[in-house]
Design a protein around this ligand. Structure first.
Ligand SMILES: Nc1ncnc2c1ncn2[C@@H]1O[C@H](COP(=O)(O)OP(=O)(O)O)[C@@H](O)[C@H]1O
Ligand SMILES: [Mg+2]
Length: 173
């Protein structure tokens, strides 16, 4: 369980993106609905420990996430609103690389996880292509695949359906 208390963030341009947010998030998948500029991405980047709040606290199963981010990082899947990819590296290699960063150290298990996610997101037939050359929808599906790496306890998704293309759902190759 993630517990957010009195979280505030004001950017250097003076925009107060988070103003005393209190929220409890159970394990599972979490997203936010709201108008543009409401602060959804700011909150999710903060939960993903990519930016620090000015004040307030976040705890995950009692551990202070801001002071000790690694525990949550290992158990969190995060689909950012926008993400960059390395050019010229194939989807399968990039997903494998991200899996290593996620701590999947066993090579055989990692290969199974990576290949399974490529099948589930219907990217199997495109696994040798560079993600940088993917369409927006394929890229979004790659984002979903990487968010599911390592079977996370908590998955936070930022605009998960934006640009998502026709996708029949999990399909076996
Ligand atoms: N890095 C940043 N620097 C300055 N202002 C930002 C930054 N990121 C977001 N903002 C501003 O903070 C507010 C909330 O943005 P954001 O968290 O992206 O909202 P949402 O995801 O709900 O659209 C907006 O006014 C936005 O312009
Ligand atoms: Mg956003």
């Amino acid at each position: 369980m993630l517990s957010i208390n009195q979280l505030t963030k004001t950017y250097s341009n003076g925009v107060r993106a988070l103003d005393g947010i209190n929220l409890s998030i159970p394990k599972g998948m979490f997203g936010l609905l709201g108008p543009n500029g409401a602060g959804k991405s700011s909150l999710m980047r903060t939960i993903a420990t990519l930016q620090a709040p000015d004040s307030g606290s976040i705890t995950f199963d009692g551990t202070d996430v801001i002071a000790s981010p690694n525990e949550l990082r290992q158990r969190l899947g995060y689909l950012p609103q926008d993400f960059g990819v390395y050019p010229r590296i194939s989807a399968e290699k990039l997903l494998d690389h991200l899996a290593i960063l996620k701590g999947l150290s066993n090579k055989a298990e990692r290969k199974e996880a990576v290949q399974g996610l490529l099948v589930h997101t219907n990217l199997w037939q495109h696994r040798d292509k560079a993600v940088s050359g993917y369409s927006g929808g394929m890229r979004q599906r790659f984002g979903i695949a990487q968010a599911l790496l390592g079977d996370p306890d908590l998955i936070i998704v930022d605009e998960p359906t934006a640009g998502l293309d026709r996708w029949a759902g999990p399909r076996r190759a």
